[in-house]
Design a protein around this ligand. Structure first.
Ligand SMILES: [Zn+2]
Length: 314
């Protein structure tokens, strides 16, 4: 549930869009006050580029044993070892700050990689200890791992971690409550909105929504069990993302890319990402931001609207 529906100085049919987003047409239609701009400084749409630096952890048969065939582990290792340096170079060239979600095992195993991400000015977010799916955990264990994952990331890099993305987006019924309870600013896990929003329950937690179409793994993941799945060209994915970005821009919306270094880092794909990001610069009013910046902004707009409402009700 969301606490409020973003209303903005959108360029076309904001009420209809808001109604479609929420499924609560009455809420959108009942809004009498002037629309508040969601994005700062006259920006029309926002774009976040996020990376899930999973490395070997997604190839283990079980996080406890860390066992997998050497070939599979090498595919995972490609991420932190070979792809992250290329990604950092690309982001620097584009003057873009990304958001990197990382299991704390990766930071422990590749501390220089984790530190290089933070040193370059990017955001680091929590993503489990060994990429455990919260949906498979008891509540106490989930809480223990959530705390450990953040503490280790912060200790190794000196960064302050405020964002949480569940491994495989596999939330349990407890996850969002625990994330809010532990003081995280935002979650980036759900697919129920085009725009970021503030949860009503747990109150105050910001959601930066995701989608499979904007996840490189959906297109590029391939392993020995994927023989019935066609390999797709980077160009075809670029087409999907361009369509998605254009539509989001027209709606005054939000475009949240979820990338995995071990998939997007391959030469043809990182070249496509390079060209895609350059293409988005052709739009005049895009806010290129980190997850933390978007979540902070959304929370501020929400609080300002809440204050306005309660003043009116007094
Ligand atoms: Zn992951």
């Amino acid at each position: 549930m969301r606490d409020w529906m973003v209303r903005w100085t959108g360029r076309r049919m904001p009420l209809a869009v808001a109604g479609a987003l929420s499924g609560l047409a009455s809420l959108a239609v009942a809004a009498p006050e002037p629309a508040a701009p969601l994005w700062p400084d006259g920006k029309i749409a926002a774009l976040t580029v996020t990376f899930d630096v999973d490395g070997e952890t997604v190839w283990w048969e079980d996080p406890a044993t860390q066992k997998a065939p050497p070939g599979s582990l090498s595919h995972g290792r490609y991420g932190p070892q070979s792809a992250v340096p290329k990604i950092l170079e690309l982001l620097e060239r584009h003057r873009l700050r990304g958001t990197f979600f990382m299991p704390s095992w990766i930071a422990e195993t590749y501390p220089e990689v984790a530190r290089s991400i933070v040193a370059a000015g990017h955001e680091l977010g929590a993503h489990g200890v060994r990429h455990e799916s919260p949906s498979a955990l008891e509540r106490d264990e989930e809480l223990r791992l959530l705390r450990e994952s953040r503490e280790v990331l912060q200790k190794i890099t000196g960064a302050t971690v405020v964002g949480y993305r569940a491994p495989s987006w596999a939330l349990s019924d407890s996850t969002l409550g625990l994330v809010a309870q532990e003081g995280f600013l935002y979650s980036s896990n759900l697919m129920d909105s085009d725009l970021p929003y503030v949860h009503h329950e747990p109150r105050g937690l910001v959601e930066l929504p995701v989608s499979w179409v904007l996840d490189d793994a959906a297109h590029f993941w391939f392993d020995e069990e994927s023989w019935n799945k066609p390999l797709v060209s980077a160009a075809s994915v670029a087409l999907l993302w361009k369509e998605g970005f254009e539509a989001a821009y027209e709606e005054g919306g939000y475009f949240n890319l979820t990338l995995h270094p071990q998939f997007i880092g391959r030469p043809a794909r990182i070249k496509m990402l390079d060209e895609f990001l350059a293409w988005t610069r052709g739009f005049p009013a895009v806010w290129f931001a980190t997850g933390e910046e978007v979540a902070t902004r959304v929370k501020e707009v929400s609080q300002a609207q809440g204050a306005k409402r309660s003043k009116r009700e007094r």
